[in-house]
Design a protein around this ligand. Structure first.
Ligand code: IPM
Ligand code: MG
Length: 371
């Protein structure tokens, strides 16, 4: 029997409700999956941690995350904590997890379930069958570069600076992740940067080109300016297979690609560290792409699919349970095909269900598929 240790960090807002549905899925696997068990504990992050401990992530919770085989994260933030100092804002908890666990590779699939193609703001024919993987560098760039400060000048006016910085090693390792993923998929990588304006873009372009030549000549590589990439994502999104980009462009492009699929409420993500030199395991955190949606929190309106699908990515990328991950994806698409909808993706003629009812329906479907 293999036991996988999970740390659940529901956080704030709808994170609490959607992680509860992941617990339902975990309970199902613990009951049905032979030879594997999940040992899940929970802790606080974001505003919930601030309310209890005064910080968005305690050292104790950080240590639990470092010891876990995977962290399943809900969402953080909300108007209640908007006025807090920058250092202790809820998002700082998430950024510390990413940085301290070394989760440099953020995988954000943008998949359009056929049943939801009409919910997209783009035309059905543009998005039906869409399957893009955005690979976002997650521990470098302008998110973490120093100096990062606001200073008061001699004339009494303020000046703010964020620093966009990338090393060759950081670019090469994220490029390799993108090429490896492309090899399992459509064998095409678009690398997005702003080499026409930014020095980091020039280096990014050079290093991705060199990595491609040395490591992945079997993959088609295209360089694209990040602004053009944003435009192409709404013009003809199906031209993309894998997009690799830096931390800030990845933040923006992944939201854009997500919306093209019909709902932010269905998209998962994985954030992975480097494989351990000894045993090949990697630190990992899985979270929905959507945020804490404070306006609908606690009302049973949230869509649990993104968080459940994030657990599916954990099965695939942390636990070598690709078959079970496929079944979970199938259970989700069957549930959508059966016309069940949470409020965010509700369409005429469909049956609107609560967060918990959607979670229960997916688990029921899993049961039918047999694990
Ligand atoms: C995301 C979010 C985060 C980010 C926020 C919550 C700090 O937008 O995961 O995309 O900017 O990375
Ligand atoms: Mg974002």
């Amino acid at each position: 029997m293999t036991t996988h240790r999970l740390l659940l960090l529901p956080g704030d807002g709808i994170g609490v409700e959607t992680i509860a549905e992941v617990e339902r899925v975990i309970a199902f696997f613990n009951e049905k999956a032979k030879g594997t068990a999940f040992d899940a504990e929970s802790d606080l992050v974001g505003g919930a941690a601030i309310d209890k401990h005064g910080v968005p992530l305690t050292d104790d919770a950080m240590a639990k995350a470092a010891a876990a085989d995977a962290v399943i994260f809900g969402a953080v933030g909300g108007p209640k904590w908007d006025g807090l100092p920058y250092e202790v804002r809820p998002e700082a908890g998430l950024l510390r997890l990413r940085k301290d666990l070394g989760l440099f590779a953020n995988l954000r699939p943008a998949i359009c379930y056929s049943a939801l193609a009409d919910a997209s703001s783009l035309k059905r024919e543009l998005v039906e069958g869409l399957d893009i993987m955005i690979v976002r560098e997650l521990t470098g760039g302008v998110y973490f570069g120093e100096p990062k400060e606001i200073v008061t000048l001699e004339n009494g006016k303020k000046r703010a600076v964020d620093t966009q910085v990338y090393t060759e090693e950081e670019i090469e390792r994220i490029a390799r992740v993108a090429f490896d993923l492309a090899r399992q998929r459509g064998k095409k990588v678009h690398s997005a940067e702003k080499r026409n304006v930014m020095r980091t873009g020039v280096l990014w372009n050079e290093v991705v080109t060199a990595t491609h030549k040395a490591y992945a000549p079997d993959i088609t590589l295209e360089h694209i300016l990040a602004d053009n990439c944003a435009m192409q994502l709404v013009r003809n999104p199906k031209q993309f297979d894998v997009i690799v980009t830096d931390n800030l462009f990845g933040d923006i492009l992944s939201d854009e690609a997500a919306m093209a699929t019909g709902s932010l409420g269905i998209l998962p993500s994985a954030s992975l560290g480097a494989p351990d030199a000894k045993d090949g395991t990697r630190k990992a955190l899985y979270e929905p792409v959507h945020g804490s949606a404070p306006d609908i929190a606690g009302k049973g309106l949230a869509n649990p699919i993104a968080t459940i699908a994030s657990f599916g990515m954990a099965l695939r990328y942390s636990f070598d349970m690709g078959r079970q991950a496929d079944l979970l994806d199938k259970a989700i698409s069957n549930t959508l095909a059966a016309e069940l909808r949470t409020a965010d993706i509700m369409q005429q003629g469909m049956r609107q269900v609560s967060t918990a009812a959607m979670g229960a329906a997916i688990v029921e479907e899993l049961g039918k598929l047999g694990v």
